[in-house]
Design a protein around this ligand. Structure first.
Ligand code: HEM
Length: 412
């Protein structure tokens, strides 16, 4: 067995920033190996790709604790969240997320909230003549998720939609814009902690059977309720990613505008077709480049021994663009039979593994449903088109986006 190749050079942080999504897949191609050793931020890391690597980082032999820089963790999942738990404690908390997010009635209820608000927003957009979709969609998603999650109808922090958007938009950056996003996030956390404390004290009413009600009723394995700060973090782990779906919706509109044939086919309102379109948008649009993990004990990957406490980065983006798994990977083709339901270790836009027992995203069903709803509404609306604009997608900006933000021009 040959040793894992090592990338030449002392530290590869600059290459990672320069290459972004391409860092792991390009180095693998150059080295002729699905894994290599490197140094990032002066720390030894093993970079891997392929379904076996996904299976490893979505197994019980690794932890997420200490696997990403602090700013990324604080802007996304945060300390004490479900994603930072391991083993039985993780499965117990995850079961709560499955109850909140992966039940027929829950997904339909959120879709309905989004459906009416998006229809109303489109009527308004028509009077504005042109909108930048990646921004215009955020208040629509924010209103839908706040109502659905069960937040009492009380004043919200100014610019909540934008703050939620920036949590994921700035997660891959450094410097003032990222610090500002962190600062605004702490304001939203404070607001949520206050609401939760009031709800517990009975001074504000919480609708039954909503995710907020389920969060408050949740008990840890010892029978204790979660503290207000942890509940606020987990509530944000629903609000933030639902708003992040707007990025996929912007990519979806871009594909729809570029492929009039698909617009016509979807005009008929076939929900299965809209879902397949949404799945292909998730495959092709860069979002999470990779996932980090730390081994809890010595493990093997394809016969290569990895020591305990080894930092591992597993590529997600590259696999979604790998011809071994997706023939003609750069072609936008919604007829590929790929779905979140298969819990595949190669179709991994939102992570791999089994959703109930690993860190696989519990929001895939919601994500596909909301993209499909947006696709169905946009396909049925003949009043918009894509004006000339820069739709290029820079792969060294994490998370990526079409440069223009996807401008839609409405007529009448
Ligand atoms: C915008 C589209 C989304 C993307 C690209 C995305 C991506 C991901 C990824 C890659 C993971 C795995 C992280 C890891 O392995 O450590 C994950 C986990 C998670 N996602 Fe999503 N997600 C999205 C939407 C959602 C939605 C809509 C929700 C909730 C409504 C959600 C809630 C979560 C939670 C709670 C986890 C942690 C699961 C665990 O650790 O067991 N995500 N997501």
């Amino acid at each position: 067995m040959q040793k894992l190749p090592r990338l030449a050079g002392l530290d590869h942080s600059a290459a990672l920033l320069r290459q972004g999504y391409g860092f792991i897949p390009d180095a693998c191609d150059r080295l002729g190996s699905d894994g290599f050793r490197a140094r990032i931020m002066l720390r030894d890391v093993v970079c891997l790709r392929g379904p076996e690597a996904v299976a490893l980082v979505y197994s019980d032999t690794v932890t997420r604790q200490g696997s990403v820089p602090g700013t990324v963790l604080r802007l996304l999942q945060d300390k004490h969240s479900v994603q930072q738990q391991d083993g039985a404690a993780h499965r117990h908390r995850k079961a709560l997320f499955l109850r909140m997010l992966m039940q027929d009635g829950a997904v339909t209820a959120l879709r309905d909230q989004f459906r009416t608000r998006l229809a109303a927003a489109r009527a308004e957009w028509r009077t504005e003549a042109e909108v930048v979709l990646i921004e215009a969609i955020n208040p629509v998603l924010t209103d839908a998720v706040c109502a659905w999650v069960g937040l009492p109808d009380l004043p919200r922090p100014n610019g909540l939609a934008d703050t939620l958007y920036r949590m994921s938009d700035r997660a891959g950056g450094f410097g003032p814009a990222t610090w500002a996003a962190l600062w605004r996030r702490s304001g939203v956390e404070r607001w949520l902690r206050g609401l939760i404390a009031d709800a517990r004290a009975g001074t504000v009413a919480v609708r039954k059977d909503t995710p907020l009600c389920q969060l408050i009723a949740h008990r840890d394995p010892d029978g204790n309720p979660l503290d207000d700060a942890t509940l606020a973090v987990e509530l944000l782990n629903i609000l933030r990613p639902v708003v992040a779906i707007g990025r996929y919706i912007a990519f979806a509109a871009m594909h729809l505008g570029r492929a009039p044939g698909w617009r016509d086919r979807l005009h008929g309102g076939d929900p299965a077709l809209a879902e397949s379109f949404a799945e292909e948008v998730r495959r092709l649009s860069p979002f999470f480049p990779a996932v980090g993990a730390i081994t809890l004990r010595p493990v093997e990957w394809q016969g290569h021994p990895l020591a305990a406490r080894q930092w591992v980065l597993c590529d997600l983006y590259g696999m979604l663009h790998d011809a071994r798994f997706f023939p003609q990977p750069e072609a936008f083709d919604p007829t590929r039979a790929q779905t979140w339901r298969s819990e595949s270790d190669s179709f991994v836009p939102q992570g791999g593994g089994k959703v109930a027992s690993s860190h696989r995203c519990p929001g895939e069903w919601i994500t596909v449903t909301l993209i499909a709803e947006a696709v169905a509404q946009l396909a049925a609306d003949p009043t918009w088109r894509l004006p000339d604009q820069d739709l290029s997608v820079a792969l060294n900006r994490l998370p990526a986006r079409p440069a223009s933000g996807v401008r839609l021009r409405f007529s009448g």
